[in-house]
Design a protein around this ligand. Structure first.
Ligand code: FAD
Length: 402
C-alpha cells in the first residue's frame, strides 16, 4: 500500500516505547504479559495490523494440548528422545502456567482432558507406543480401546485413543484479549507495520497511521513474518486451515476436544451443542498454501463428510459459520526464535505449525527472557534458529516510498 503526500503529512504523532511487540496474537500478547510481569516499569506497545487476535490466534479451535502436533512416538523418532522430552516439558509448563498465572474464567478454560483418536491401525499402534513413552517420561495418560472410544464419543468408525488428562479447551479470542489487558501495554490496533529500520540505536516502525520508535522489537508475526522480513522466509511458510461451526445440536455428546487422523481433523462441542470442526487440509494440500483468507466448497464438503460419517446424529445440523486462518509452518514443524537481522536486541518468533496454543504462553515467557537479557533462558536452545544451517545475514528490507 502506498501513502499519499497528504496522508503521510497528517499521520498521528509518533509513539515511543521501550519494547514494541508487533503482532497481537497469542505469542505477541503473551510476550507483553511476561514483560510487564517481569519488569513493570517498561513502556510496552502491541502493534497489530488488524484487531487483537486477527490472525490464527483468533481463528483456531481453542485446543490446549501438551506435546507437539505429532504423536509422542513420532516426536521421539523425529527429534530424539531427549529433545522430545524437553519439548513435552515445555508444553506442560505452558498448560500449568496458564492455569496458575491467568484467570481461566476470563477465557472459558475447560480442564476437560483431551482425546487423540486413531484413524487407522498404524496410528493406533503409535498411540499405544506413545502411552508407554509418555508414562516413562512422567506424563499421566491412558489408552482407551476402540469400542470404548466410540462409546464415549457417541461416535462410530474411530480406532483407539490416547486420553490426556491435562488437555484442555479455551476461547482463543478471549485469551488473547485477557493477556493484552493484563500486560497493560498500549494497544495500537489497525497499525500495519510496513517497514522497520535501525535509527540512532532505536528501532523505527513505519505504519500508515503513525511512526513508532522503540528500544527493542519483538516480531510475533508467525506466518506473516516473511511479508515484513523476506530474508526470514526460509523459516516459515503460510499454510491455510479451514473450520466450520454448526448450529446447536440438541445434545452435547463431546465433552473433550478430539484430535484425530494424525491431527488432520479436530473437533469439539460447546456447551450449547454447537460443533466446531476443522481440518481436511491434507486432502487439498495444493490449495491450502498461502495467505488468502477464504473457504473452499470442496474442503468444507469433506469436513461435513467426516462429521456425518463419525457422528450420524449430526446429519441434520446446518452450518452457521465457515472460516479460514493462516498457520506458519517451520521446516521441522517446531517453533523458531532468532535475532532480527540488523537490529541488535530485537527478536522474532514464528513457525508454531498448527500448535501455537500449546506453546504460546510459555513461549511469551521465553521471548521476554530474551528481550530482558536473562542469561541462558530455559528453552532457548530448543527453538533457536541456529539449528538450521542457513546463516542470517540479510538486513530487513525497507520498501521504497516509506
Ligand atoms: C483454523 C486453525 C485452527 C487451529 N487450531 C489450533 C488449536 O486448536 N490449538 C493450537 O494449539 N493451535 C491451533 N492452531 C494454530 C494456532 O492458532 C497458531 O499456532 C497460533 O495462533 C499462532 O499464534 P501467533 O501469535 O504466533 O500468530 P498469529 O495469531 O497469526 O498472530 C500474528 C498477528 O500478526 C498480525 N500481523 C501480520 N502482519 C502484520 C504487520 N505487518 N504489522 C502488524 N501486525 C501484523 C496479524 O494480524 C496477526 O494478528 C490453529 C490454527 C488455525 C488457522
Amino acid at each position: 500500500m502506498t501513502l499519499s503526500f497528504w496522508q503521510h503529512a497528517t499521520r498521528e504523532p509518533e509513539v515511543r516505547a521501550d519494547v514494541a511487540i508487533v503482532g497481537g496474537g497469542v505469542v505477541g500478547c503473551s510476550t507483553a504479559y511476561w514483560l510487564h510481569r517481569m519488569r513493570p516499569s517498561l513502556r510496552l506497545v502491541i502493534v497489530e495490523a488488524g484487531m487483537l487476535a486477527q490472525g490464527a490466534s483468533g481463528r483456531n479451535a481453542g485446543f490446549l494440548l501438551p506435546g507437539t502436533a505429532a504423536d509422542y512416538a513420532t516426536a521421539v523418532a523425529t527429534y530424539g528422545a531427549e529433545r522430545a522430552r524437553r519439548l513435552l516439558h515445555f508444553t506442560r509448563e505452558n498448560r500449568e502456567m496458564i492455569a496458575t498465572e491467568l484467570r481461566g474464567a476470563a477465557f472459558d478454560l475447560e480442564p476437560s482432558g483431551s482425546l487423540t483418536v486413531a484413524g487407522s491401525a498404524a496410528e493406533e499402534a503409535r498411540l499405544l507406543d506413545s502411552v508407554s513413552l509418555l508414562r516413562a517420561d512422567g506424563m499421566p495418560v491412558a489408552f482407551i480401546p476402540r469400542d470404548e472410544t466410540n462409546r464415549r464419543l457417541v461416535a462410530r468408525g474411530y480406532g483407539g485413543a490416547l486420553y490426556v488428562p491435562s488437555g484442555a479447551m479455551l476461547h482463543p479470542v478471549r485469551l488473547v484479549r485477557h493477556l493484552a489487558g493484563e500486560s497493560e501495554a498500549r494497544l495500537l490496533t489497525h497499525h500495519r507495520v510496513a517497514a522497520l529500520q535501525e535509527a540512532g540505536g532505536d528501532v523505527v516502525l513505519e505504519t500508515p497511521v503513525r511512526r513508532i520508535r522503540a528500544g527493542q522489537v519483538v516480531l510475533a508475526l508467525n506466518a506473516y513474518l516473511p511479508q515484513l522480513v523476506p530474508a526470514l522466509s526460509p523459516f516459515v511458510r503460510p499454510v491455510r486451515a479451514q473450520m466450520l461451526a454448526t448450529e446447536p445440536a440438541a445434545s452435547r455428546w463431546l465433552q473433550v476436544p478430539v484430535y484425530s487422523h494424525e491431527g488432520y481433523y479436530y473437533l469439539r462441542q460447546l456447551a450449547d451443542g454447537v460443533v466446531l470442526l476443522g481440518g481436511a487440509r491434507h486432502l487439498h494440500a495444493d490449495e491450502e498454501q498461502g495467505y488468502e483468507d477464504a473457504t473452499t466448497e470442496a474442503l468444507q464438503a469433506d469436513l461435513l463428510r467426516y462429521l456425518h460419517f463419525h457422528f450420524p446424529q449430526a446429519r441434520g445440523l446446518g452450518v452457521r459459520h465457515r472460516w479460514s486462518g493462516v498457520m506458519g509452518f517451520s521446516p521441522d514443524h517446531l517453533p523458531v526464535v532468532g535475532a532480527v537481522p540488523g537490529l541488535d536486541g530485537s527478536v522474532w518468533a514464528a513457525g508454531f505449525t498448527g500448535h501455537g496454543m500449546g506453546f504460546g504462553f510459555r513461549f511469551g515467557r521465553l521471548l521476554a527472557d530474551v528481550v530482558l537479557g536473562t542469561p541462558h533462558p530455559d528453552g532457548l536452545e530448543l527453538f533457536s534458529v541456529r539449528r538450521f544451517p542457513r546463516p542470517q545475514t540479510a538486513r530487513p528490507s525497507v520498501p521504497a516510498g516509506e
